[in-house]
Design a protein around this ligand. Structure first.
Ligand SMILES: [Cu+2]
Length: 435
């Protein structure tokens, strides 16, 4: 779809009719977008945009395969877009303007009706562009978790704890306005020490469902005195569940990990980076009857590897190969895909109905969390190592390296491919895929 034409038609109000009819209709879930004052610590208030007046937005539970309708009411005066991240749903409801989902105009509403799937830890967040405006897009509080419950659930745990990471008070590092930094950090909308602790009991198996809802920052987490057992990445069960002292999450990524609670005390689950943790990136985990201050104990190992959770067997061969060359630019855009920056990027052509292989060739000196909408990617080669059985929708491609990942082309219509780092997406790192 030609985005320039669409914006012009929107400017003329040609999309006003359908939303008006929709405004009268009922939905299973209503999400309101409005400006809020969020208290992220005692006396520390940030003004932001949020869903249903809370940061994060409400935890949504959907059933795999059961149709749901969600009414999104935009009480702000600027157009918004709500994306269902990790869902295999049609482009008119996926929540990307570039795919053809209509924007939710200011003071207007839209109903999204779709059949959720696949099951797992998904999330929803704004897909509006921000550019240099740090008061919009993923810099805001517009994010929340969706758990799509499977038709039958084999996972065994005693308690489920959703954790959503975010940063506040963004600013540009320098006059160059190239990189964003933050004054404060939060988990579940509160700085470390100011939220409700995660309350556990000895012997419990606790499932942490973690989303990095950061606009731009990767994070590394550890739970002092405990080890994670990773069971799913981006909501998709891994081939080989395994332990990890630390969890790496790029923007957009999720980790589901079970922790056996067998070290009573009061502990910090937080960023391994001291500066970020001290600026709020953590949450207290408190055993029943434990007394004292929350303790941070740095992990002994700091490496996290996708392939630890994959099989060593090669994935089946793909029938089509799609080269994705990532390069830096300095022409007003920052990044290019196959030599061009969005909106001038070439359409990525996939072969319908078969296994397609994306070959990410990151020629830049930064890692990029690449994200493909409406599909699941299986990592088949990570920096020279072959694997199978690790299914994701965001893959962190290390600097100056190659990563290969396959998807089944079974979702007709356009799908957006982009870097999940908001500042990268907004400055060229985006393309449409079709088949
Ligand atoms: Cu990037």
């Amino acid at each position: 779809m030609d985005s320039k034409v669409l914006s012009r038609r929107e400017a003329l109000g040609l999309f006003a009719l359908a939303p008006f009819a929709q405004a009268q209709a009922k939905a299973d879930i209503t999400i309101k977008i409005s400006e809020v004052k969020a208290e992220i610590a005692k006396g520390k208030v940030v003004q932001t945009l949020a869903y249903n007046d809370t940061v994060p937005g409400p935890l949504l539970r959907m059933k795999e395969g059961r149709e749901v309708s969600v009414k999104v009411v935009n009480e702000t005066t600027t157009p918004e877009m709500l994306h269902w991240h990790g869902f295999h749903i049609p482009p008119n409801v996926d929540g990307a303007h570039e795919e053809g989902t209509p924007m939710i105009q200011g003071k207007d509403s839209r109903i999204y009706t779709f059949t959720p799937g696949p099951s797992g830890t998904r999330w929803y967040h704004t897909h509006a562009m921000a550019g240099h405006d740090l008061k919009h897009g993923a810099y805001t509080g517009q994010f929340g978790m969706v758990i799509i419950e499977p038709k039958s659930d084999p996972a065994r745990y005693d308690k489920e704890v959703p954790l959503l990471l975010h940063e506040w008070e963004p600013s540009f590092d320098s006059d160059m306005a190239m990189d964003v930094s933050y004054k404060s950090y939060s988990i579940n909308g509160r700085m470390l020490g100011f939220g409700t602790p995660v309350r556990v009991k000895p012997g419990q198996r606790v499932l942490f469902r973690i989303v990095n809802a950061s606009a731009t920052m990767p994070h590394q987490l550890a739970l002092s005195g405990h080890v994670f057992k990773v069971i799913a990445l981006d909501g998709n069960p891994v081939a080989v569940p395994g332990t990890a002292e630390v969890l790496d999450l790029a923007p957009g990524e999720r980790v589901d990990a079970i922790v056996e609670m067998k070290n009573p005390g009061i502990w910090v689950l937080g960023e391994t980076d001291d500066k970020q943790r001290k600026a709020g990136a953590g949450i207290v985990v408190e055993y029943a009857l434990a007394k004292g201050r929350a303790v941070w104990k740095a992990p002994s190992a700091k490496t996290f590897d996708y392939l630890k959770f994959g099989k060593t067997e090669k994935a089946p061969a793909a029938e089509n190969t799609i080269p994705i060359v990532i390069e830096p630019r300095s022409d007003g855009n920052l990044w290019a895909i196959n030599g061009k920056s969005y909106p001038n990027t070439d359409v990525i052509r996939a072969k319908p109905g078969v296994r397609n292989r994306m070959v990410f060739d990151n020629r830049t000196d930064m890692a990029h969390p690449v994200h493909l909408h409406r599909h699941t990617l299986e990592i088949t080669n990570f920096v020279g190592r072959e694997t199978s059985g690790v299914f994701k929708d965001v893959i962190m491609v290390p600097p100056k390296s190659k990563v290969e990942a396959d998807f089944l082309a079974e979702q007709a219509g356009p799908s957006l491919f982009h870097c999940h780092q908001q500042f990268h997406m907004d400055f060229g790192f985006m393309a449409l895929m079709r088949y």
